[in-house]
Design a protein around this ligand. Sequence first.
Ligand code: ATP
Length: 327
Amino acid sequence: MTGSSGRTAPPTTPTTSTTSTTSTTSTNPATPSPGARPGGPAPGDVLLRAEHLVKEFAVAGSGGLFSRGETFRAVDDVSLEIGHRETLALVGESGSGKSTTARLVARLVDPTSGRVELDGRDVTTTTGRDLHAFRGDVQMVFQDPYSSLNPRHTVERIITAPLVYQGRKPPGGARAFTQQLMERVGLDPQQWQRHPAQFSGGQAQRIGIARALAVSPRLVVCDEAVSALDVSVQAQVINLLRRLQREEGFSYLFIAHDLAVVRQIADRVAVMSGGRIVEEGARDAVFEHPRHEYTKALLAAVPRIRPEWEAARRANRQRHHDRSVTP
Ligand SMILES: Nc1ncnc2c1ncn2[C@@H]1O[C@H](COP(=O)(O)OP(=O)(O)OP(=O)(O)O)[C@@H](O)[C@H]1O
């Protein structure tokens, strides 16, 4: 028999201070639409739909021969919809279940229960060729470009890898294809033979974005994709992400803990706490008229820089300095 430990310490009260994040300039006005979700896409405009997603993990040390297998519910009955060309931001404190939700949506992990649909097609248990196709339709950009890009591979190999996985040939040849994508994300196309460590953090993240674009995805899941970058570089990458969306017409599921960043890119916001979505709505409605106490506390919180990110940032800087790479 399997017991569920639920959550022992739900993150219900973010650190608060007098600094408000609500003063950031609005650049992307959201239009409320009459969908099934608050402020969400109209029924005919839904690209991705997740219904009642649950993810339980085995609690370490609870699976012994004579003990009951306890589980921890990281995602607890999450439903969401993302419209065509829409950006849904998932916000919440560390441990609230954002990344696990992203991984469920991208089918990097299987749900304990619930379902995921892309364009009305149930992809929850898809395998084989259909899973290959789904993996092309849904691409991920991760937080740390250095750990998500193979350090031994050239930019060309990294950017063409998703196509190779799909069994497709890069149109126009691997080099031309790579160089074209490098240009589109603001990289020097002459550097196609370099390795990730020869680029700065912002440039490396652009390689990750180019890799995601290579297969013309319909949904790009950004899991804290700009969180490890310095603020000025962060702004440039956000602008890039927005431009690419305008040009390509794909949708974003944008995971972030930093509400100032979310305000710059989201059409709609879903707030997670303790594995659940506690509030959801058009961006301006959530930022200006939060209803849930948790959202109000998040909005009043100083965007905390997590110690591990600060350490990673320092390590990256040192690495770049050692290699004398121009940022
Ligand atoms: N593979 C796993 N095995 C066990 N527990 C896990 C696993 N993945 C995540 N968890 C737990 O599930 C909870 C939610 O984690 P998740 O990473 O989804 O949260 P998050 O909101 O994205 O936080 P963060 O921003 O810190 O990544 C956390 O308590 C985490 O420790």
